[in-house]
Design a protein around this ligand. Sequence first.
Ligand SMILES: Cc1cc2nc3c(=O)[nH]c(=O)nc-3n(C[C@H](O)[C@H](O)[C@H](O)COP(=O)(O)O)c2cc1C
Length: 420
Amino acid sequence: MCTVLCTLIPMNHGNVMKYQKSFSMLNGISAQFKRFQSLKKKHKMHTEACLVGGYSYPPLFSVAPMMDWTDNHFRTLARLISRHAWLYTEMIVAETIVHQKDNLDRFLLFSQEQHPIVLQIGGSNLENLAKAAEHANSYSYDEINLNCGCPSGKVAGHGCFGARLMFNPKLVGDAMAAISANSSVPVSVKCRIGVDNRDSYNELCDFIYTVASRSPTKHFIIHARKALLNGLSPAENRKVPPLKYEYYFALQRDFPELQFTLNGGITCIHQVDSAIKEGASGVMVGRAAYNNPWYVLGHVDRVIYGVLSKSHSRRQILKKYQGYADSVIGRYGSNRPNIRQLVKPLLNLFHSEPGNGQWKRIADTALRHCKTMKSFLAETLAALPDSVLDSTLGNTPSNLEVPPFTDLNSLQPPPYRSNA
Ligand SMILES: Cc1cc2nc3c(=O)[nH]c(=O)nc-3n(C[C@H](O)[C@H](O)[C@H](O)COP(=O)(O)O)c2cc1C
């Protein structure tokens, strides 16, 4: 089986360490490998798909990096709901990692249960990106991702990174080469389909081509709308520019040796499933996963990964989360993290359920005096009916929305013609 795995896994120098470790755990891998083979069949997965750290790669389903949202606390909750979703961290700026090198746990530490997990970094200074990757390496993330999609003034304005990096594909290629050289895991880029008036399909392809040919980057996450650097807020930049899923599918057509993950505007598990059935190598969901974690993440293992795992109720999940929360309160100083930060990811757990409004009102009051998660939950959960707290997720909810991934072929731009 080693031979088969070797043929599937691209053996750049970075992966070797990881696979040596993995090979010593062949028994565990054997089950994962079998599941990977059946996933490949089920989803007609790209021939380049492989196993990384025992997980099928690139991710079939991932939770997007979201500043102030996908922190350690939300990721802990997300992992309690889905065993298989890949979790991206919020962006951490390379300079923060470099300047806080004596305090790295605060930014980079995560619990082993959070695997598979990806660190997203931001920046444009090659030396700092390389150092950040080196510091992050000992934390054993499963992939390092570079943010080339954030349009906020702080980042893409005077910060000169995020979406602004799409103007300079050679720099991104060199940055990815520097990150990869200092990391033992695969590297990826998350980008838009264009920025400002640099928004033609050919310009997007030039970006991908240049980055992939100057670095070992094989995985790109495509947020399928362009970014406007002047005049739109970050929130508007996530809804005003139109989604062009056809560009994503055209990239898959024109760069068959690369892997692309589709991101942007996906609101439910049906759409994820539909995109994968249409041939997407993977789908990343941001806001929907955060705003309705129970229904979006709760169906991932069964619908996307085909795993029939034991279902848990929200009461059981909260009990486990309580253990986590009360063990980390105050770990980094008297109020860091505090109960409010630990409760934040829970606030959408009962989205649209009976009792949700009342529970949130009681939670607001409880947060003024509760010092532990145990006391917070004891004081607030009575507002929710037992039927909500103790139910498990049944079959996939029916959904009347039409999935948006059919009939895109006719919209696809003509094949890429490289100017290189
Ligand atoms: C609150 C918030 C913070 C975000 N922070 C980041 C970030 O740190 N890095 C990044 O690449 N994208 C960030 N994004 C963009 C998301 O990763 C994602 O690309 C975008 O929300 C579109 O996906 P969706 O429609 O599934 O939400 C953020 C989005 C939101 C809503």
